[in-house]
Structure formats: C-alpha cells, structure tokens
Design a protein around this ligand. Structure first.
Ligand SMILES: NC(=O)c1ccc[n+]([C@@H]2O[C@H](COP(=O)([O-])OP(=O)(O)OC[C@H]3O[C@@H](n4cnc5c(N)ncnc54)[C@H](O)[C@@H]3O)[C@@H](O)[C@H]2O)c1
Length: 327
C-alpha cells in the first residue's frame, strides 16, 4: 500500500512522513512548499512539488505511485488570516479538497485521512470536549475544517472509502530540532520569540473562570500526533471499505497559559515575568479534549508530556535562533 501525504514538508506533515516511513509504510509527498521545507523530507521519500488541487498532477501522481491511501495535511491554517481572506481559505481548504477527493475516487484510492482541528468546536462551554460536542466554529479557518470533514465523510459514504478525521488540539514540540515549527503562531513559539528579544511573554486575559484566571488548553506532542496518524492509517487500511473514524487527538489534560509560561521560563532559563494584556476575542476559557475515543477504538494514548514539548520546541528554536541560548 502506498500513501500520498499532502503537506508532508510542513511541520506536522514531516513528522507524519517520518513516523509512517519508519514503521515500514510506503509514502510519497505532494507539497507546493508554500510554507513547507524540502529538507524536512528524508532523501529516500519521493517529493512531488506542486499543488494538492492540481488535478492533472494528482492523476499522474496517484497512478505513477499506485497510491491506495491519502493523508491530507496540506492547508492554510492561520485563524487571523482566514478572517481577512475567507475566500482564499475556502478556495484552498475546501475547493482544493474537492479536487483531491475527485482525483482520489477516480484513481480507486481506498482510505482517506484528513487533518481537522479542535477549531471545528468553536468555544464550547464544557469540561471535556467529546466528538459529540456540537461543532460551531467561530472563524473561517474552523469553518473550512468542518466543511472539509463533511466532504470527506460524504465522499467516503458515496464511494466506499474508509475515512478518518483527526481533530488535533494544540500541537507542540518536535521529534528532532530540525523538524520544529518555524511559525510564530502558537503560544510556545510566541513566548520564545518575546523572550529571545528580552521582552516579557504576553498572557491575554487573566480573569477567565479558570483556577489561575488564564486560559486552559490541551497540548499534544507532534511526535505523538504522528503516531496517531500511523495508528488511524493502519486501521483505515485494514478496514478497506466504508466507515469513518472522527477522533480528537489530545491528552485529555488541561494546562493553563500561566503554568505554561512558568515551564517555559524554567526550561529556557529566561525568567522574565509575563505581562497581562486584555483578553483576545474568540478565546475560550477552557478547551480540553476527551481522549477516550482514540483510546477505546485504537488503544492509542499520548506518551509525551508538556515538559517534553517545551524542551524539544526550545531545542529547535535555539537551532534557528542561537542568540536565544542562555549561558
Ligand atoms: N499546527 C497546529 O497546531 C494545527 C492544529 C490543528 C490542525 N492543524 C492542521 O494540520 C495541517 C498541517 O499543519 P502544519 O502546522 O504542519 O502547517 P504547515 O504550514 O507547516 O504545513 C502545511 C504544508 O502544506 C503545504 N501546502 C499548503 N497548501 C498546499 C497546497 N495547496 N498544495 C500542496 N501543498 C500545500 C505547505 O507547503 C506545508 O508544507 C493543516 O491542515 C492544519 O490546518 C494544525
């Protein structure tokens, strides 16, 4: 069986490529390198450079590599940008996906695994978010992920594909420093960025109804997330026929922004007291996954903790920002 991994040169995609290749799966990457990095892909994994919405390229690639499964990670993922450019996000994340699904169906692909996000839930007021918690995204990015899930499941039902939608919570860390996230969109790299410049990390709101007043999130190590892809991909391949597995990928444990800031100070040695800014619109007080379905369905649970995430992310950061290293 050969898996086409779209977005395999990205932060998460590169970890998925490594995990699946290391487990003996045959993989081929399709990436336009818009935010991806070629060097993240092992030399023995073929890289096709181009768009995951280019029908001609898809037809040739699926046929040439006899692809039977797709892991679709390629997407635009910045919430703020999606508010400013909704049409761009719908074109890339939804229209592009219809082209990929059409090509997959035409080529006889049997399994399709889709990168979804906790953003599909919006800001539910629940202790643990289960897969049954109603989806009510509050920005175009989350909307495109929910529409993507609908497309994937409907195509699976109509054309007898086994499908999986993985709703990632807050992804962090790196399996190797070279594979770390180069973006500064998530809280951990945002803290690193401020500390490297000698500035106080910013906490947005400390008057939420949480134990220390700051937002609580569920962080998942990207290496665990990659293993979850492997587990779901194998389940879909075994299944071989119609059926969908939509699952949260989190640890089921909440960590507050305050706790995270303390840990970042400890790990980096940059002990600058965070400063508090006003709340940002759209931030839920608490967003923690129920990780029960992944555990019950596949016996899969995350192994790595938040300290592993901060330490490995910091190693990656220091590789690219040597000035950040404290003596
Ligand atoms: N990083 C997170 O915290 C997070 C959380 C939830 C969901 N996700 C989802 O996970 C997936 C991967 O995210 P990431 O953090 O690795 O982002 P990333 O930007 O590092 O990776 C995306 C990859 O897709 C490629 N790409 C983008 N558009 C493409 C296109 N049209 N054709 C071919 N390649 C294209 C980029 O070059 C890049 O290599 C995305 O679908 C994202 O929405 C990420």
């Amino acid at each position: 069986m050969t898996w086409l991994i779209t977005g395999g040169a990205g932060y998460i995609g590169a970890h998925v490529v490594r995990a699946m290749a290391a487990a003996g799966e045959r993989v081929v990457v399709l990436d336009d390198l818009s935010t991806g990095i070629r060097d993240r892909i092992p030399a023995d994994v073929p890289l096709i450079r181009g768009s995951a919405a280019d029908r001609g390229l898809l037809d040739r690639t699926l046929a040439r590599h006899a692809v039977t499964g797709v892991v679709h990670l390629a997407a635009k993922k910045q919430v703020g940008e999606s508010v400013e450019k909704p049409l761009h996000y719908y074109r890339e994340n939804v229209s592009g996906l219809t082209v990929l699904l059409e090509a997959a169906v035409a080529a006889g692909v049997r399994s399709f695994l889709f990168s979804s996000s906790a953003a599909v839930y919006g800001v539910p007021d629940v202790d643990l978010i289960t897969e049954e918690t109603p989806c009510a995204p509050i920005n175009p990015y989350g909307e495109t992920k929910l529409a993507g899930e609908w497309l994937v499941r409907a195509t699976g039902r109509a054309h007898s594909l086994s499908t999986g939608c993985l709703r990632y919570f807050n992804v962090a860390g790196a399996a190797e420093p070279e594979l770390s996230d180069t973006g500064v969109f998530n809280v951990i790299p945002m803290f690193f960025d401020r500390l490297t410049r000698g500035e106080a990390p910013r906490i947005f709101g400390d008057d939420y109804p949480t134990p220390d007043g700051t937002c609580v999130r569920d962080y998942i190590h990207v290496a665990d997330l990659a293993d979850a892809h492997l587990a779901v991909a194998r389940r879909l391949a075994e299944q071989g026929g119609p059926g969908d597995l939509t699952v949260n990928i989190g640890r089921g444990e909440g960590v507050s922004v305050h706790e995270l800031a303390d840990l970042v100070g400890e790990v980096t040695g940059h002990r600058i007291k965070p400063e508090t800014e006003p709340r940002r619109p759209g931030d839920a007080a608490r967003a923690v996954a129920s990780a029960a379905r992944m555990s019950e369905e596949l016996g899969w649970t995350a192994r790595l903790g938040v300290r592993d995430m901060v330490e490995s992310a910091w190693e990656g950061w220091c590789l690219r920002h040597p000035e950040a290293v404290t003596s």
